[in-house]
Ligand binder design. Structure first.
Ligand SMILES: [Zn+2]
Length: 118
């Protein structure tokens, strides 16, 4: 499948995945937030889509849930964040479909600022 990562970042990502294959803990749950909200947190992405982005973070619910398990409160705060905090700092929100997610058990969306020279 095509990747939006540069070859160097893709290589690091692959090595990281190999090293963490048997992990039982969820990396998204464990990750310290850059900032937290009531139901969501933003975390840094070590393996950004650096072919197209100058900034790439991730937004994840504090609860370990898949997309269809998001509560009304979580969905509502997500919509509010798009209009406020996210809208002021990022260009796009990208949601990978379940089948393409590396971590399908914990919902997450990618927060992107695209490169100027694309
Ligand atoms: Zn999790």
């Amino acid at each position: 499948m095509a990747t939006l990562r540069s070859p160097e970042t893709q290589k690091k990502y692959h090595e990281w995945k190999m090293a963490h294959q048997g992990d039982r803990r969820c990396v998204l749950c464990d990750r310290e937030p850059l900032i937290s909200f009531e139901y969501w947190k933003i975390i840094a992405n070590d393996f950004p889509y650096d072919r197209i982005t100058q900034k790439h973070d991730m937004l994840v619910p504090l609860r370990h849930v898949v997309g269809r398990e998001l509560s009304d409160e979580e969905r509502s705060e997500l919509e509010k964040l798009k209009e406020t905090y996210l809208g002021e700092r990022y260009q796009s929100v990208l949601e990978s479909l379940q089948s393409a997610m590396t971590i399908p058990s914990h919902f997450h969306v990618h927060l992107l600022v695209l490169k100027d020279d694309l």
